[in-house]
Design a protein around this ligand. Structure first.
Ligand code: CAA
Length: 379
């Protein structure tokens, strides 16, 4: 595997880094303090083609490879993990399922709008009683003439209330477990569909996380994705790619935390010298850097496999598991290096600390990643 970036990938890295530092950084405080959804930033990202990086030009995207998309999530998340997750969910699990499993008509109708950023995408799998056990869904979809009628509630939906389309999973054949689940493209104006409670979260304050409520919701049969019963596989296949995005988001948080901690350690003096001269601090920084390097290799390796059409379920889970744990550990150590200052809102490390935690939870907890890895290892 070649970890060196191509000239196009290097350009993407430079462009997104600059965009994040110039356009997103000044807005971080607003998102943090007032939980403001970054609409204007998304508009600017659309202008730059960032809302459809790995989507073919034929469907309105930038036609670049998956690695370029991962580079973008990585660089965005270094400045704002909120913007990172909005783009990751929009692309990996909000748009790609239609591109990979949709009919030509569905692709033409939805993908260009999503890829160009006119539409924002979201993914509705999780339910109050079906989180890690994703096949235990209770939301039902019953066919009625030219519509399906959906009933049920989804929770923890990223981009909820802001998205224009939701990839929603519901049971069409009760008693058949994973094989009885189907996927639907739900448009925000669908009759009987509404957005419920907005969560107050520990971190990612600019990202909307809401319930979705289906009360006799009418979804046209034209919006069934794949065949009846394909839903669980559609969810799992796209989560494989989504998990590489969360690994990249974790990398961004970890790198930001390390850079902040290293800069602070050079500047902060105790016992008559900068604290970087204390081995306890220097060794912490060494461990943080080593873990980040390993996480980077796992993440870009998984992206490389995906770009080469190889299965990467296990590698995606390994990358997500290790990178999210690295983000958390790095943020914890960064707060420790900052001492009391790190516990205040005056320094970004407390935000990294809060933002890192969810990377170990969403798109499959660390425990679920270990299930995926061990199942493949032992099969
Ligand atoms: N690709 C394609 N198909 C897959 C697959 C994959 N990666 N993984 C499983 N499948 C298929 C299996 O082959 C099987 O089909 P067959 O019976 O035909 O072989 C079927 O799906 C059922 O598979 P399992 O028996 O392995 O299913 P399971 O019930 O044991 O569950 C699990 C497996 C990995 C634990 C799964 O439930 C899981 O990933 N849970 C976590 C859910 C999750 O990640 N939720 C995240 C929500 S989205 C989110 O967080 C987005 C956000 O907002 C940021």
């Amino acid at each position: 595997m070649n970890i060196r970036f191509t000239p196009e990938q290097e350009m993407m890295q430079k462009m997104v880094k600059q965009f994040a530092e110039q356009q997103i950084a000044p807005f971080v405080k607003e998102m943090e303090t007032n939980e403001t959804f970054p609409r204007e930033i998304i508009r600017k990202m659309s202008e730059l083609g960032l809302m459809g990086i790995p989507i073919p030009e034929k469907y309105g995207g930038s036609g670049m490879d998956f690695t370029s998309y991962i580079i973008a999530i990585h660089q965005l998340s270094k400045v704002s993990a909120t913007v990172g997750v909005i783009l990751s969910v929009h692309t990996s699990v909000g748009t790609n399922p239609i591109l990979y499993f949709g009919t030509e008509e569905q692709k033409k109708k939805f993908v260009p709008k999503l890829a160009e950023g006119t539409f924002l995408g979201a993914f509705g799998l999780t339910e109050p009683h079906a989180g890690s056990d994703a096949a235990a869904l209770k939301t039902t979809a019953v066919r009625h003439g030219d519509h399906y009628i959906l009933n049920g509630t989804k929770v923890f939906i990223t981009n909820g209330g802001e998205a224009d389309t939701y990839i929603v999973f519901a049971v069409t054949e009760p008693g058949k477990g994973a094989k009885g689940i189907s996927a639907f493209i739900v448009e925000k104006e669908a009759e009987g569909f509404q957005v419920g409670k907005k969560e107050k979260k520990m971190g990612l304050h600019g990202s909307n996380t809401t319930e979705l409520i289906f009360d006799q919701a009418k979804i046209p049969i034209a919006n069934l994705l794949g065949q009846e019963g394909d839903g669980f596989k559609i969810a799992m296949a796209n989560l494989d790619f989504g998990r590489i995005g969360i690994a990249a988001q974790s990398l961004g948080i970890a790198e930001a935390a390390l850079e902040a901690a290293a800069a602070y350690a050079k500047e902060r003096k105790q016992f008559g010298k900068p604290i970087e001269k204390q081995q306890a601090i220097a060794f912490k920084l060494a461990d943080m850097a080593t873990n980040i390097e390993a996480a980077k290799l796992l993440t870009y390796r998984a992206a490389h496999l995906k770009d080469n059409g190889k299965t990467c379920s296990q590698e995606a889970s390994m990358a997500k598991l290790f990178a999210s744990q690295t983000a958390m550990k790095t943020a914890i150590e960064a707060v420790q290096i900052f001492g009391g200052y790190g516990y205040t809102k005056d320094y970004a490390v407390e935000r990294y600390f809060r933002d890192a935690k969810v990377c170990e939870i969403y798109e499959g907890t660390s425990e679920i990643q270990r299930m995926v890895i061990s199942k493949q290892l032992l099969s």
